[in-house]
Design a protein around this ligand. Structure first.
Ligand code: SF4
Length: 501
């Protein structure tokens, strides 16, 4: 999307989740930005997980309601207004929408819901320099949106430091495609995703922000609504609000280098009733999420060891993959079981090409996590050699990607632990690149004898209901012969794929 003039970021004071106030703020911002929703208008929230356990992880429904009503107020020839998302941690998006309280709000406003794992996935060709792949899949409503509204939550993130507008794009892929390249090249993947669609409007829920983590963040009363019309400019201003240089955040710097927008304040117009300095004062002390796994587990019963991932010339640590996933996994378990740390037996988790000592005592478990884990040495009375199973990304074809099923994961994780025990192996190897948050939760549950969050009664009912609904919807579509993957959506429409500014 080409902008005339400088991109604009509007910072507004908003201390409470007051629907009418949010509606007014967003409507005024759209007037200022000269925006009128039209055609198929799609709003993408951040609803990675929800419900009481993840109460500060998602864009609040009152916030979305205010934005949706403002979109209706400003609509000119809008043919559809919808909210679409693919949530995280292998749960159905229906469950996440239900836990977030989206459905009553969507029916009140008269807005359609798209659960991205239930709709056809469209192949988008990529041609830019330095891309990870020549094409990506995205849900059809994203590929066909005429007016795209990005509505993230203002949060820290253990893989990418922060999650504002551009990181929210991880949810414009369904699970089977989202986990491909979700590794030490995650920032490059996020860059590639920017080529799928650019938002006309961005509104972030920064009323209660989330610090420290992304699934179970610590609530931080920031009392702001921030609105913009360019992702890079927007994320740069959000970064500056928490005292972070946007050029130090790779998933912001890379799109800037590729022409998606500026990070320099000289090239961004600021507006609103809160100055940047006032916003910075409000955000003083906000903690970001980038902590290496060894440090994260210091003082707990888990000792973590991390060597470099493949491509060590690029990075000595896999920020986008398995180590960050275990940090989120342990926080989920801590939320579910306040005794989690006390109950957790001593264990060792190893990532990447680690070369140091593993200080295992008799009876302690050692778990090598991820395809790229390698190690050689003595574990108890056994000499152990763990070899890399990593396959170059060029060998992974998104056309062939399969959906990960949480029940299948439970079975495979428990089988792995049982097999290792019956074979007398001093270690367990978890395969995958990445090994997802869900699998790492299950591994710690089974290795540590902890409560399984996926099977807690309050979760299990909602999970099973929404899981069956999702599977029924997709099965019905298959019976009707609707394709799950479509190719070349832009060519079909006789359009060129979107370009950067
Ligand atoms: S296996 Fe895990 S740690 Fe290794 S590159 Fe893949 S995501 Fe990163």
């Amino acid at each position: 999307m080409k902008l005339l003039g400088k991109p604009k970021v509007i910072i507004r004071r908003c201390e409470r989740y007051d629907v009418e106030k949010i509606r007014g703020i967003v409507r005024e911002a759209m007037v200022e930005l000269d925006l009128a929703p039209h055609g198929r208008t799609l709003l993408k929230p951040n609803c990675v997980a929800s419900g009481p356990m993840f109460k500060d992880a998602y864009t609040r429904p009152e916030f979305l309601e205010g934005v949706l009503l403002a979109l209706k107020d400003r609509a000119r020839g809008m043919t559809e207004l919808a909210v679409g998302e693919r949530c995280g941690i292998t749960i159905p998006t229906r469950m996440s929408f239900e836990g977030a309280g989206y459905y009553p709000m969507l029916s009140r406003v008269g807005v359609k819901a798209y659960h991205f794992e239930e709709v056809p996935q469209v192949e988008i060709p990529l041609t830019h320099e330095g891309r990870l792949r020549d094409y990506l899949f995205t849900p059809e409503p994203v590929a066909r949106a005429d007016f795209f509204v990005n509505c993230p939550k203002f949060k820290s993130h253990p893989w990418t430091t922060v999650t504002f507008a551009m990181k929210n794009y991880i949810g414009i892929q369904d699970d089977r495609h989202r986990l491909i390249d979700h590794d030490h090249r995650l920032n490059d993947k996020l860059l590639d995703l920017q080529y799928i669609v650019q938002p006309q409007l961005i509104c972030i829920d920064a009323i209660t922000a989330g610090e420290g983590r992304m699934l179970t963040p610590i609530p931080f009363d920031l009392g702001l609504v921030i609105i913009g019309n360019n992702s890079v400019a927007f994320d740069s201003v959000c970064s500056r609000i928490i005292g972070l240089d946007p050029e130090s955040v790779e998933h912001i710097r890379l799109p800037r280098e590729h022409g998606f927008g500026p990070t320099s304040l000289d090239e961004i117009e600021l507006s609103g009733d809160v100055t940047l300095a006032e916003a910075q004062a409000k955000a003083r002390g906000f903690k970001v999420g980038l902590i290496r796994v060894e440090k994260y587990f210091e003082g707990s019963n888990i000792t973590a060891y991390a060597g470099p991932p493949p491509d060590p010339e690029r990075t000595d640590y896999c920020w986008g993959g398995c180590p960050g996933a275990i940090e989120e996994a342990i926080e989920i378990l801590r939320v579910y079981d306040s005794e989690c740390d006390k109950k957790m037996p001593r264990m060792h988790v190893v990532f990447g090409a680690y070369e140091g000592r593993i200080d295992k005592k008799p009876g302690e478990k050692v778990i090598f996590i991820g395809d790229c884990a390698t190690w050689q040495g003595q574990l108890g009375d056994k000499l152990v050699k763990v070899e890399s199973l990593y396959r170059d990304r060029s060998t992974r074809d998104p056309h062939e990607a399969k959906h990960d099923d949480i029940f299948a994961k439970m079975l495979s994780v428990s089988k792995k632990l049982r097999d290792a025990q019956s074979a007398g192996s001093p270690y367990v190897r978890l395969e995958g690149c990445p090994v997802s948050v869900a699998e790492q939760v299950l591994t710690m549950v089974m290795a540590g004898g902890l409560k399984n969050p996926y099977l807690q009664p309050e979760q299990a009912i909602a999970f099973n209901k929404n899981y069956l609904m999702w599977r029924s919807v997709t099965a019905l579509k298959r019976i009707k012969g609707e394709p799950y993957q479509k190719h070349g959506a832009f060519e079909e429409r006789g359009e060129a794929a979107p370009e950067a500014d």
